[in-house]
Design a protein around this ligand. Structure first.
Ligand code: CP
Length: 318
C-alpha cells in the first residue's frame, strides 16, 4: 500500500468547516493504511519517532483521549497526557499560560478538548506547535466526524449519495455540526431529526433537511446516526422527560426491524441505552458503533502522520 501525499500542508486540525473535500479524502485514504497497521501483530511503526504530543483534556473523555494516546504510541511519538485535575489550572493558571508552558517544552502537537468553543483556534493562533481540536464546546469535534466518514465509506463503499439521518440533540452537539460539514462536503444527503426545541435556528442554511417525526425522518435512511441527549449542556427543559423522548425519538429493536436491512446504526458514544437507543439496536448486526471506535484510532494516527508531515519516504509502508 502506498500513500500519495504525506502532508496536509497545515499545522492544525481545527474543524471540518475549514477542510476541503480533497483534504478529507486524503485523511480517509491515509487512515486506510493506518488501519492495516492496526491489524499487524506488532502495531508499532517508527513514523513519528522523536516527535512529542501532549493531550490536554479539560472535559471528560473515554474514546477520544485514549485513542489519541494510543495513536501517538503506535506511531512511536512520545505522548504525555496532562492531568488537568492535578495541574496548575487549579491554582488559577490560564489556558494560554498552560499551553505556553507546554510549548516551551518543545511539544510538536497539542491535542485539546475544552468546554469553550474556539479554545483550540485561540491556541493555534498564538502557539508554534500544531493544535488538534478534540472537541470545543458545542462547536466542532472534527476527529469524530472524520472517523464517522471513514466508517461510512468503509461499509457503504462511498459517502456521496448516502442518505444520513442524524437523530437527537442537534442543538448541543459538536458531533452533529462537524458531521454536517463533512457529510455535505463529501456529497451525502443529510436529514436532522429531533423536536423543534433541539434543532438550532437556521440550520437548513447548512444544506440539510429537518424533520420532527422520527419515522418520517429515518424511513429511507442508509445511515441512522444517533446522538445522546446532552443534559449537561441544556440550560432549560427542552422536552418533558427522558422517558417521553425515548418513546418518540428512541431507535429500538422494533424501529430497526422496519428499516432497510442494510441500514447502518451509528453513535459517537457515550450511549445512554434505553434513551436514544436500546440494546437490540445498539448491539444488532446493523450497528457499527464499536467499528467507529476502532476506526477512530486509525483516523487519529492518520491525522498525526499528516500534520507532522514526513515529507519523505514512507518507511513503514511496504
Ligand atoms: N465520542 C466522544 O467524543 O467520546 P468521548 O467523550 O468518550 O471522548
Amino acid at each position: 500500500m502506498v500513500l500519495k501525499a504525506t502532508s496536509l500542508s497545515k499545522k492544525d486540525l481545527l474543524g471540518l468547516q475549514e477542510l476541503k473535500a480533497e483534504e478529507i479524502g486524503l485523511i480517509l485514504d491515509t487512515a486506510e493504511s493506518m488501519k492495516e497497521i492496526l491489524s499487524r501483530k506488532v502495531k508499532k511503526v517508527p513514523a513519528l519517532r522523536g516527535k512529542t504530543v501532549i493531550n490536554l483534556f479539560y472535559e471528560p473523555s473515554t474514546r477520544t483521549s485514549s485513542s489519541f494516546n494510543l495513536a501517538g504510541k503506535y506511531l512511536s511519538a512520545d505522548v504525555m497526557n496532562l492531568s488537568i485535575s492535578q495541574s496548575s489550572v487549579h491554582k488559577g493558571e490560564s489556558l494560554y499560560d498552560t499551553a505556553r508552558t507546554i510549548e516551551a517544552m518543545n511539544a510538536d502537537l497539542i491535542v485539546i478538548r475544552h468546554k469553550a468553543a474556539g479554545a483550540p483556534h485561540f491556541l493555534a493562533r498564538y502557539l508554534e506547535p500544531g493544535v488538534i481540536n478534540a472537541g470545543d464546546g458545542m462547536h466542532e469535534h472534527p476527529t469524530q466526524a472524520l472517523l464517522d466518514l471513514f466508517t461510512i465509506r468503509e461499509n457503504k463503499g462511498s459517502i456521496s449519495g448516502q442518505k444520513v439521518s442524524i437523530v437527537g440533540d442537534i442543538s448541543h452537539s459538536r458531533v452533529a455540526r462537524s458531521n454536517i460539514w463533512g457529510l455535505k462536503k463529501m456529497g451525502a444527503d443529510v436529514t436532522l431529526v429531533a423536536p423543534d426545541t433541539l434543532i438550532p435556528e437556521d440550520i437548513e442554511d447548512m444544506g440539510v433537511k429537518v424533520e420532527n417525526r422520527l419515522w418520517a425522518g429515518i424511513e429511507s435512511a442508509d445511515i441512522v446516526y444517533l446522538l445522546r441527549i446532552q443534559l449537561e449542556r441544556q440550560k432549560d427543559a427542552l422536552f418533558s422527560t427522558l422517558r417521553e423522548y425515548a418513546r418518540f425519538y428512541g431507535v429500538n429493536g422494533a424501529v430497526l426491524s422496519e428499516l432497510s436491512p442494510d441500514v447502518l446504526i451509528m453513535h459517537p458514544g457515550p450511549m445512554n441505552r434505553g434513551v436514544e437507543v436500546d440494546d437490540k439496536a445498539a448491539d444488532s448486526s446493523n450497528s457499527v458503533i464499536t467499528e467507529q471506535v476502532t476506526n477512530g484510532l486509525a483516523v487519529r494516527m492518520a491525522i498525526f502522520y499528516l500534520l507532522l508531515g514526513r515529507g519523505g519516504k514512507d518507511e513503514f509502508i511496504d
